[in-house]
Design a protein around this ligand. Structure first.
Ligand code: DC
Length: 225
């Protein structure tokens, strides 16, 4: 194992476990760059939609990759995401994209292209990267690896509140089913399925406040610095 030139924190876990909320706060506290890899898979899913492709069209989506650019820009409360120079911050979170991103992210060419892009983002700054395969595949030498989990009910409730704030009305049972379906697909795909890295620390956030989770992880990071 070689120590990366810049400090790396990997946060993995299932949908709606709170990864991005926690990673964003930690990145701001520690002045690290935050990389939301789920947003990148969502962006390529939007690219497929914009190109008029079926989400099942692996060859067509693969062909889009060389000409697709994904950029992050600072924004509040969420980073802005640009797909081929056009803002796609809201569209990447739409229900249609959320329900199809697991399929698009299972394609080998999509994964290898995203992993290359994600590794490039670690070359000049310390990073906190969240996703499903960061500790296992993207940054195997990360100094700190966290596997963030929470019960399905709590994750569905968090998503429900977020949706409500955005004016979206999806009932709790449907959200639970969608989360369970995404967990299953993300954990059972062939390439880099969602699994806890052997050297990751599992943090169960069920019943924990955001501050408690941030403090727990920040302590772990400070011990490694
Ligand atoms: O974290 P998120 O819910 O925004 O991620 C959206 C989807 O992207 C998730 O269902 C699976 C996929 N994903 C992935 O396969 N690998 C990652 N590192 C991050 C996300």
């Amino acid at each position: 194992m070689t120590n990366p030139a810049f400090f790396q924190v990997a946060i993995d876990g299932p949908a709606s476990a709170g990864k991005s909320t926690i990673a964003k706060i930690l990145a701001s506290n520690l002045h690290y760059v935050y990389v939301d890899t789920g947003a990148m898979y969502r962006a390529i899913t939007v690219a497929a939609k914009k190109a008029g492709l079926s989400y099942e069209d692996e060859a067509g989506i693969t062909a889009l990759l060389p000409s697709t650019t994904i950029e992050f820009k600072p924004g509040n409360p969420v980073q802005k995401v640009f797909l081929n120079g056009e803002e796609a911050t809201e569209e990447i979170r739409s229900t249609e994209i959320t329900n199809n991103v697991s399929l698009v992210s299972s394609y080998a060419a999509v994964r290898s292209d995203m992993v290359d892009k994600q590794r490039q983002m670690t070359e000049e700054n310390p990073v906190i990267m969240d996703g499903r395969d960061i500790g296992t595949t993207v940054l195997p030498d990360a100094q700190v690896k966290i596997f963030l989990v929470a019960s399905v009910s709590e994750r569905a409730e968090r998503r429900y509140k977020e949706n409500k704030e955005k004016g979206m009305d999806v009932d709790l049972e449907t959200l639970k089913k969608e989360i369970e379906a995404r967990d299953y697909k993300d954990s059972h795909r062939e390439i880099s399925p969602l699994t806890k890295a052997s050297d990751a620390v599992e943090v169960d956030t069920t019943g924990m406040s955001i501050d408690e989770v941030v403090n727990t992880i920040q302590d772990l990071i400070q011990k490694q610095q």
